[in-house]
Design a protein around this ligand. Structure first.
Ligand code: IPE
Ligand code: IPE
Ligand code: MG
Length: 249
């Protein structure tokens, strides 16, 4: 339904999603939190398919944050098991749909089996040219920015970068998202209105959408509805509305 309303010629390049609400969705029905994460995977599949359908170039999914390492061991274990089970399983459909898998975050903190399966899938899909599906795993923006600062200092010390040459572009290039466009849209499901350490630098001019829908209940229709609304917002980037309108005509 909403697909028809979307202007397919002006699809955003990059949509980033904070997939929140799995635990509450499960608990509401009397199940344990892992049941919510398991069902969240169906939504990942649907939203990935929808992204392929409209020709989106980048879909970044906040899958596990640096702070999530502080959750009960049992839940962390459950999430890691789901990753191991599903990354391999999806590789075929990534191939079929021309999807390239990428991952950003402190991947060395992941259990070996998760990291190995992830790296294998990334390698197997690296030549695909359609959607880039980016999993933010063991990711947080402050972790990323801290690392970028360390790497910049190292480059200066080595003499490969001069302090006076540092620009905003330099900083973007030292982040884990180095070759990606900034997100046009950031969506958070689950009802909370906060960013939780996600893409702080990159979302400087993103359009934000917060929905009360828990992630396992988020649908392709709601996703398209957000894109439709995005296409009807005016992005001014500091300019006036009149300036924007005069460059459009
Ligand atoms: C988001 O759902 C998924 C992860 C953080 C791994 P939550 O697990 O945070 O679900 P709620 O917010 O407790 O409902
Ligand atoms: C954010 O969700 C991280 C992911 C969706 C992976 P959380 O549920 O961890 O966020 P907070 O801590 O409640 O803000
Ligand atoms: Mg949550």
């Amino acid at each position: 339904m909403y697909n028809r309303e979307i202007n397919i010629k002006e699809v955003p390049k990059h949509i980033a999603i904070v997939m929140d609400g799995n635990g509450r969705w499960a608990k509401r029905q009397g199940f344990d939190r892992i049941f919510g994460h398991t069902n969240g995977i169906n939504t990942v599949r649907q939203i990935t398919e929808a992204s392929v359908e409209i020709g989106l170039k980048y879909l970044t999914l906040y899958t596990f944050s640096t702070e999530n390492w502080n959750r009960p061991q049992e839940e962390i274990h459950g999430i890691m098991n789901l990753l191991v089970e599903n990354i391999e399983k999806e590789t075929d459909s990534f191939r079929k749909n021309n999807v390239r898998l990428l991952a950003i975050g402190d991947l060395w903190r992941l259990p070996d089996d998760v990291r190995i399966k992830l790296q294998r899938c990334i390698a197997d899909t690296s030549k695909n040219t359609g959607l880039s599906l980016v999993l933010a795993l063991s990711y947080s923006s402050r972790w990323e920015i801290t690392n970028a600062v360390k790497d910049i200092v190292e480059s200066i010390n080595k003499g490969t970068l001069r302090q006076e040459d540092i620009t905003e572009k330099t900083i973007s290039e030292y982040l884990t998202t180095q070759n990606m466009p900034d997100p046009d849209i950031v969506i958070r499901t689950g009802g909370d209105i906060r960013i939780s350490n996600f893409l702080l630098w990159q979302s400087a001019y993103s359009e934000f959408f917060f929905t009360k829908t828990y992630w396992p209940e988020f649908t392709k229709d709601e996703f398209f509805e957000i894109i439709y609304e995005f296409q009807n917002r005016e992005r001014r980037f500091g300019k006036t509305s009149e300036q924007i309108k005069s460059t459009k005509n």
